[in-house]
Design a protein around this ligand. Structure first.
Ligand SMILES: [Zn+2]
Length: 197
């Protein structure tokens, strides 16, 4: 079956324009027991999931440009005034006002800290990262929140200094475009397509 007409989406005048096909079904197979009796069928099908980023779009666009964006509450009547949030939060969780976007690339490049980590061999469906995945929880100077990421070089340790790397060559516009490496890492050790920013 041809999937040449795979669906695409664009936005024109603030409206979503869907073109092409978003669902494909494929021929099924019977499921039988050892006596050859019919038990059921497999139902192969694929669908294109449309994932809108809304107010988080600048964050994902920034990764491909080698930028790590966070946000800050600038409401002077809010107790959290001046707090910087990474991961990127569109609204302040305390006062619900819209946050200001701040570029945290330089702060991260000075060295963020591994708060804790987790290494996993078992992943969810559609995983594309090499296994085992070294997940790191990254802490930034002056930031009250912690960012989940993955380490691309070396082994994680609690308290180690890490710096961000970005898939600037062929960005996927997903969180996978951001990864972390120990601060002394050379450019030649980075995964293909990734740069320091
Ligand atoms: Zn606030």
């Amino acid at each position: 079956m041809s999937t040449n007409d795979r669906g695409t989406v664009k936005v024109e005048n603030g409206r979503y324009r869907f073109e092409g096909k978003f669902h494909y079904g494929y021929p099924n197979d019977p499921i039988r027991n050892e006596d050859g009796e019919l038990m059921g069928v497999t139902n192969p099908r694929d669908l294109t999931h449309v994932h809108m980023y809304g107010g988080e779009a600048p964050f994902f666009e920034g990764l491909g440009q080698g930028k790590l964006l966070g946000t800050r509450c600038d409401n002077s009547n809010c107790e959290a005034n001046g707090s910087i949030f990474i991961p990127f939060r569109i609204h302040c969780p305390d006062c619900l006002s819209k946050n200001t976007i701040v570029d945290m690339t330089e702060t991260a490049q000075k060295g963020a800290t591994v708060h804790t980590f987790m290494i996993t061999e078992r992943t969810g469906a559609f995983n594309t990262l090499p296994k085992p995945i070294r997940f790191v929880n990254v802490e930034f100077e002056g930031v009250p929140t912690i960012l989940m990421g993955y380490l691309s070089v070396g082994e994680p340790k609690i308290g180690m200094k890490v710096i961000p790397i970005f898939n600037t060559t062929n960005p996927t516009f997903t969180i996978l475009d951001l990864s972390w490496v120990p601060e002394e890492t050379n450019e030649t050790e980075l995964p293909e397509g990734y740069t320091f920013g």
